[in-house]
Design a protein around this ligand. Structure first.
Ligand SMILES: Nc1nc2c(ncn2[C@@H]2O[C@H](COP(=O)(O)OP(=O)(O)OP(=O)(O)O)[C@@H](O)[C@H]2O)c(=O)[nH]1
Ligand SMILES: [Mg+2]
Length: 243
C-alpha cells in the first residue's frame, strides 16, 4: 500500500506537469495568433503618398509612382528587429475597399495616409473612406491600432495633424448622421456596419476605444525633388510600438 507522503508527492508532480503543459499550450496559441496578425496596412485615398512611403521603408529609395492598381506587399524588419508584413493598398475608389477587405484580417495596425495639402478640398472623400473602415466590423474585430498619418509636411501649405483631426471629427459626425439612416431596414440594423462612436455626443476619435487612433505627421519626399529628403520618424515609431 502506498504511503500518504508518496501520494502527495505524485500529486505535486502531476500538478506541476499540468501547469507546464497549460503554459506551453497558451504560449503556442498566443504565438500563433500574434504570428497570423503581422500586417501593417497603408491605406487612404489616391495620391496621399502610400506607395512612396512603402518604397522609402522597403527599398530605402525614392521611386516615381503612378496611381497604383494593385497592392504592394513586402516583409519589413523594424529597427527593433520585429518582422511585419507591410501592405500598400491602392487608393483608387474602385479598388480600395476590395483590397482592404482582403488584408484586414491579418492586420496588426492600419496607417491611414492623408495628403495634408489637399485634405480640406478632399475632406468628403477622405472622411468617407475612413468612415467605411471604422464602421466595418472586420476592422474592429481584427485590429485595434490606427495611425492617421498626415503626409507631405514638406509643403508650407500642409495642414497640421491637430487641424486635420478636427476636420475629420466634424465630417465623420455629419457622415454618421446621414449614413446611419440607411443602417436601419425593416428587419432591424444592418449587421455589415457598426455605429461610429457614441450616439450620446458629437463624434470624437476617443469614442472608438478600444480602437486606439493616433495622429502623426511627416513627409515621404521634399518639395518636387526627385530624390528629396524624407521624415517618416513618427510613422516608424508607431510601427515599432505596434510590432
Ligand atoms: N512633396 C511631396 N510629395 C509627395 C510626398 N509623398 C508622396 N508624394 C508625391 O505624391 C504623389 C503620389 O504619391 P503616391 O505614393 O503614388 O500616392 P499613393 O497614395 O500611392 O496613390 P494611389 O496609388 O493612387 O493610391 C507622387 O508624385 C509622390 O512623389 C511628400 O511627402 N511630399
Ligand atoms: Mg500607390
Amino acid at each position: 500500500m502506498a504511503s500518504p507522503s508518496i501520494d502527495q508527492q505524485t500529486l505535486n508532480v502531476i500538478v506541476a506537469v499540468c501547469v507546464i503543459l497549460l503554459t506551453l499550450v497558451f504560449y503556442l496559441i498566443y504565438k500563433r495568433v500574434k504570428g497570423s496578425k503581422r500586417g501593417i496596412l497603408l491605406t487612404g485615398i489616391c495620391g496621399g503618398g502610400k506607395t512612396l512611403i512603402y518604397s522609402r521603408l522597403v527599398l530605402d529609395a525614392f521611386k516615381n509612382t503612378y496611381t497604383s492598381i494593385k497592392e504592394n506587399v513586402s516583409e519589413y524588419i523594424t529597427d527593433g528587429g520585429s518582422s511585419v508584413q507591410l501592405v500598400a493598398i491602392p487608393g483608387h475608389e474602385r479598388l480600395r475597399e476590395k483590397f482592404f477587405a482582403q488584408y484586414v484580417e491579418h492586420a496588426r495596425g492600419i496607417i491611414y495616409v492623408i495628403d495634408s495639402v489637399t485634405v480640406q478640398k478632399e475632406i468628403k472623400d477622405v472622411a468617407e473612406f475612413l468612415y467605411n473602415i471604422l464602421t466595418d466590423p472586420k476592422t474592429l474585430s481584427n485590429c485595434n491600432k490606427m495611425l492617421i498619418f498626415c503626409n507631405k509636411h514638406d509643403k508650407p501649405t500642409a495642414k497640421g495633424a491637430g487641424i486635420i483631426k478636427t476636420l475629420l471629427e466634424k465630417e465623420l459626425n455629419t457622415l454618421r448622421t446621414t449614413k446611419s439612416h440607411g443602417l436601419f431596414s425593416t428587419d432591424g440594423e444592418d449587421p455589415s456596419k457598426v455605429y461610429l462612436g457614441s450616439p450620446a455626443a458629437d463624434f470624437v476619435f476617443a469614442q472608438l476605444y478600444p480602437l486606439e487612433v493616433e495622429f502623426g505627421e511627416g513627409f515621404a519626399n521634399e518639395g518636387d525633388e526627385k530624390e528629396g529628403n524624407y521624415d517618416l520618424e513618427q510613422l516608424l515609431t508607431w510601427i515599432e510600438k505596434v510590432s
